[in-house]
Design a protein around this ligand. Structure first.
Ligand code: IMP
Ligand code: MG
Length: 183
């Protein structure tokens, strides 16, 4: 769907937008693990080219089993107190229904009392007609059609995160028996 060259070029564009908004400030870039980690790395790299200062932090947010959103979101590994009074930019891999962020952002605001929270997502999935997103991100890398996507950090049951480009998962990809790889 999107190759690595196109991804890297768009990540630079997003970094420029963030720099324009945060010049003179030192935001905390909060990476949602595991999916956003390649995007996070390349975004940090692009922000360095602008001499944009930032602090780094990581949170584990899991809401998915298989290819359907479960609606359940669990947050772990974050010291909420450390975000108090800070400008936080939450770095996400993909925004689908918005369920994850509709839980995560208010929880952050309530527990951390940050100066501001903005969300930056690499991918924003267009929903089927009539469905309304529960959360809208401030920075979006790519708006994509509603397919299940893998690669560049995105997984299907923990598989395919290591692909360099972004793909729509195939039937074979869904049926693949990963135990042969992990022996
Ligand atoms: P939402 O809560 O429905 O917005 O889903 C967001 C989370 O679900 C993302 O952070 C991903 O972890 C996961 N997710 C949603 N769509 C996909 C996809 O197409 N491929 C892989 N993970 C996905
Ligand atoms: Mg995620």
């Amino acid at each position: 769907m999107i190759d690595s060259v196109e991804i890297r070029s768009r990540v630079k564009g997003v970094a420029k937008l963030i720099h324009e908004d945060y010049e003179g400030k030192r935001p905390i870039l909060l990476c949602t693990l595991k999916g956003a980690s390649p995007f996070y790395t390349h975004l940090c790299d692009a922000l360095q080219d602008h001499r944009q200062g930032y602090d780094m932090d990581f949170v584990r947010a899991s809401s998915y089993e298989g290819t359907e959103s479960s609606g359940k979101v669990a947050l772990s590994g974050l010291n909420f107190e450390s975000l108090k009074g800070r400008h936080v930019i939450l770095i996400e891999d993909i925004l689908d229904t918005g369920t994850t962020l509709a839980h995560l952002v208010p929880e952050l605001e309530e527990k951390s009392r940050p100066a501001s929270v903005a969300v930056c997502t690499l991918l924003d999935k267009r929903l089927d007609e009539g469905k309304i997103k529960k959360y809208t991100a401030k920075y979006v890398g790519f708006s994509i059609p509603n397919h299940f996507i893998i690669g560049y950090g995105l997984d299907y049951n923990e598989l395919y995160r290591d692909l360099k480009d972004i793909f729509v998962i195939s039937r074979d990809g869904i049926n693949f028996d990963a135990s042969t790889l992990r022996a």
